[in-house]
Design a protein around this ligand. Structure first.
Ligand code: MN
Ligand code: MN
Length: 289
């Protein structure tokens, strides 16, 4: 299949899939890390996460779904510009073309600024769940206003704040916490992100369709060491899987997995990212029946 926004280039693709006319999910990578402020290298993550996925058992025991019978259409990687706003526009155009509530879309970063592109392209009835150790709400970072650390602030200038819920935050500057208070943003901090608390939030009753953005630094560095800006005292993988298990009823129309930084990884972060793809897609499959 060809797409109008042909920024896509071939790269190492997901191997474990059943070819058919009708994909069960679509996936693409965005190898972009130009605004990274600390450890650079997330542009290598789409490739490494695919390699990890190709070496996992892809039967979800949690959801009892066999992804070996599942066609994940791997579209390759976006030929990303070196300008963050241009990349976001590329992503946004592609996302608008791909988005359907029937087939979940998976985007592999790259740094978190790419999520501006996907989230700004979503229909208004889609709620947005952001998992991140950081708030990414700075007004600017080192003189730039469009970076991986400011993208959510830019989004809140164009998207209704009530469509967001932010989970796992534990690292931000005073200005960002003031902004949270001023705008009355829905923030789930440490100890409140347990699935039993999270799933009771009205947000998940209001928004049947959701988009999930996973900045991998939401996990504790013990589980995910290969990260651009690691931050101690984070979620465990089990916390995230409990969240998924408690989500029954919500449809995940799309998700992204960002900020994996392979040059600083021992392999565990890419494997965890691949595991999340497996479990999120299995959850999506269950929701279709
Ligand atoms: Mn982030
Ligand atoms: Mn972060």
């Amino acid at each position: 299949m060809s797409y109008q926004n042909l920024y896509l280039q071939e790269s190492g693709k997901i191997m474990k899939l059943v070819e058919s006319d009708k994909p069960n999910a679509k996936l693409f990578g965005v190898p972009f890390d130009s605004t990274s402020s600390f450890r650079v290298g997330s542009k290598f993550a789409p490739h490494e996460i695919r390699v990890a996925f190709n070496n996992l058992e892809i039967y979800s025991r949690i959801f009892d779904v066999n992804l070996e019978k599942y066609y994940i259409e791997d579209l390759g990687d976006v030929s990303a510009s070196c300008d963050a706003r241009v990349v976001s526009k590329q992503v946004s155009n592609l996302w608008k073309e791909l988005i359907t509530k029937e087939v979940p879309i998976c985007m592999l970063g790259g740094e978190h600024s790419i999520s501006y592109g996907s989230i700004s392209a979503l229909p208004e009835d889609v709620g947005i769940v952001v998992f991140d150790a950081h708030l990414d709400l700075r007004e600017e970072l080192n003189g730039s206003d469009f970076t991986h650390d400011t993208f959510l602030r830019r989004l809140l200038e164009i998207v209704d704040r009530r469509r967001f819920i932010h989970v796992g935050s534990r690292a931000a500057c005073a200005q960002e916490w003031e902004y949270v208070k001023e705008k009355d943003l829905r923030i789930i901090e440490q100890d409140c992100y347990k699935a039993t608390v999270l799933s009771k939030n009205n947000f998940f009753r209001k928004y049947k369709n959701i988009y999930v953005s996973v900045d991998m630094d939401v996990f504790d560095p013990a589980f995910a060491p290969g990260i651009g800006n690691p931050e101690p005292c984070g979620l465990s993988p089990k916390d995230f899987l409990d969240f998924l298990r408690n989500l029954r009823g919500n449809r995940i129309v799309g998700f992204d997995i960002v900020e994996v930084c392979p040059p600083y990884d021992n392999g565990n972060t890419s494997i965890l990212a691949a595991k999340l793809i497996l479990e999120i897609l299995s959850y999506c499959h269950l929701m279709k029946h």
